[in-house]
Design a protein around this ligand. Structure first.
Ligand code: HXC
Length: 513
């Protein structure tokens, strides 16, 4: 037995070394951790149980394949984060650039199958040059096996992808199907084809960072939901994100202990500027309404005219969707609709109640928006809110105009409680635009057009630019003093805690993608 144990220990040592010390040193020189160091940082100390440490690649057609690296470029297993089970795979760039071979893919698939059967999140730490080129079609098949599992597991267990190095070719599509993507500034890249191919095909000169770096994906494409200055911050971010979500779609997110206290927030009475056209930062309202320092913003740098993120209210996880008047007056456009819809659907998949804060002047007009499909993209947010069966609360803090009133979790599409602040303006459009249309003739025929316009604008405002018409119809349940908002929401979320809604039987809906 002694001999066998020594052999086992030697094999373990070999596996722990990945592609060898020189490549590990290279990895560190680039400011990157190794696959195993990342797992150590992510999981509770001593909780990691590895699966498939001695797996070897099968492709042996070329001289470069002769060297065998145990684990075959990906470390897989399970462990805990704050005591909760998670499954992790961590690609090892020191072995064939973390590229995906047949066996590498099999290890990830085995892990995903276990995660799905046992109902716990899968966290992928990606660092890969894509399909293992020398293995050919079996590596392409391996990718498809993973994509298929990503899709089947979608909405059943949370899936999180951290991009911690280059992710090229097929390596980007698995993260794209998962729920959240995180990237690290200057060291992680995602692209279907890299700068060299781009240069050949389109003659564009572009660096990896410009093409698919963290900033590009955080601000231009919206592919990544979070960016971090370094890997340690990124891994802390994963742990934080997991804390807001349940382990699977049949559970609720873990709640933190909450001691009831004074829930009045006087500051809310003075955040909205006196001039209804003046911007302010919606995050100031969010910070007052949710538990202290609990807001974790998602997609922060993308479509900034809408703010989405996780928070806690009285210790319970919620998802916040809020128009942002500080950017484009908080208007809804294509990107903000897609961003909001994706977030709403995640929350609904995983039983996370929704809070919607509304200050929206409508949809963004213009040829750019129309030609790029504001109709079908705006409909995504409408569809997502309508379809969501989690508790849904809405507070109209200032404007709720036009179609955007309907879309932003209105009573009509299934919101459970709708509050409005006393300054709320709920109408088909702003008073001036509305008055100019419906009183066009009166204004034209008037001796003093300016005075007439002011008169009809005032009349329209008096009638519609307030929350009381909506409250009289029951579209708004209660008009509240802003300072009472947090207290009202705590009670309303408690009241809706056991909400149970069944949608009509169907295979699945057909969201306008
Ligand atoms: C096999 C690979 C590899 C790959 C990298 N390596 N990518 N081996 N298959 N796809 C190996 C290199 O040979 C090298 O081995 C080691 O990994 C490190 O690579 P370097 O190039 O030295 O590193 P770096 O300069 O950091 O560049 C990393 C990189 C680059 C940007 C990822 O290697 C690269 O461009 N690789 C190819 C990317 C690619 O085109 N992938 C697409 C595959 S097709 P040694 O022995 O020297 O350490 C695909 C389609 C799937 O994925 C479609 C499914 C839908």
């Amino acid at each position: 037995m002694k001999e066998q144990i020594e052999k086992l220990q030697a094999k373990r040592q070999q596996a722990l070394l990945g592609g060898g010390q020189k490549r590990i040193d290279d990895q560190h020189r680039k400011g990157k951790l190794t696959a195993r160091e990342r797992i150590d940082l992510l999981l509770d100390a001593g909780s990691f149980e590895e699966i498939g440490m001695f797996v070897e690649h099968r492709g042996r057609d070329f001289s470069i394949d002769k060297e065998v690296y145990l684990s075959d470029g990906v470390v897989t297993g399970y462990g805990t984060i704050q005591g909760r089970l998670v499954y992790v795979f961590s690609q090892d760039f020191t072995v064939f650039g973390g590229s995906l071979s047949e066996t590498h893919a099999e290890k990830i698939c085995k892990l995903m199958d276990l995660a799905l059967k046992n109902g716990a999140p899968v966290i992928g730490l990606n660092d890969s040059g894509g399909a293992r080129i020398q293995e050919g079609v079996v590596s392409l098949g391996g990718y498809a096996d993973i994509f298929y599992r990503n899709t089947i597991a979608s909405g059943v267990i949370p899936q999180i992808s951290a991009i911690l190095g280059p992710c090229a070719g097929g390596a980007v599509y698995s993260p794209a199907i998962t729920d959240f993507i995180m990237m690290v500034e200057q060291t992680s890249y995602m692209f279907v084809t890299g700068p060299n191919v781009v240069k050949t095909v389109t003659h564009e000169d572009v660096t990896s960072e410009q093409l698919g770096g963290a900033e590009a994906h955080a601000t231009k494409s919206g592919v990544t939901h979070f960016t971090y200055a370094n890997e340690v911050a990124c891994i802390q971010g994963i742990k934080k994100l997991v804390s807001y979500m349940p382990s699977n779609c049949d559970e609720s997110a873990p709640a933190l202990n909450y001691e009831p206290g004074n829930e009045v927030r006087e500051k809310l009475n003075s955040i909205i500027p006196a001039n209804p056209n003046q911007p302010y930062d919606m995050r100031d309202i969010i910070a007052e309404v949710v538990d202290a320092d609990s807001f974790y913003e998602v997609h922060k740098g993308y479509a900034e005219n809408i703010v989405v993120g996780f928070a806690r209210i009285a210790g319970r996880s919620i998802g916040v969707v809020a128009n942002q008047p500080a950017v484009l007056a908080g208007v809804l456009d294509i990107n903000s609709s897609k961003k909001g819809a994706r977030f709403v659907r995640f929350c609904d998949c995983f039983n996370i109640p929704l809070l919607t804060l509304v200050d929206v002047p409508g949809f963004l007009p213009g040829t750019d928006q129309e030609w790029h499909g504001i109709i079908s993209n705006g409909a995504k947010l409408l569809y997502a809110f309508s379809e969501a069966t989690v508790p849904k609360l809405t507070v109209i803090v200032r404007k709720a105009y036009g179609g955007a009133y309907d879309v932003m979790n209105s009573k009509h599409i299934g919101a459970d409680m709708n509050f409005a602040w006393p300054n709320a303006e709920i109408a088909v459009m702003g008073a001036k635009g509305a008055a100019e249309i419906i009183f066009k003739r009166e204004i034209a025929e008037s001796a003093n057009k300016e005075e007439k316009l002011k008169e009809v604008v005032d009349a329209y405002s008096e009638n519609f630019a307030n929350p009381y018409k909506a409250a009289a119809r029951g579209f708004v349940d209660e008009v509240i003093e802003p300072s009472q908002t947090r207290a009202k929401l705590i009670r309303a979320f408690k009241m809706t805690e056991n909400k149970a809604v069944k949608l009509p039987r169907k295979k699945h809906g057909n969201i306008p993608l």
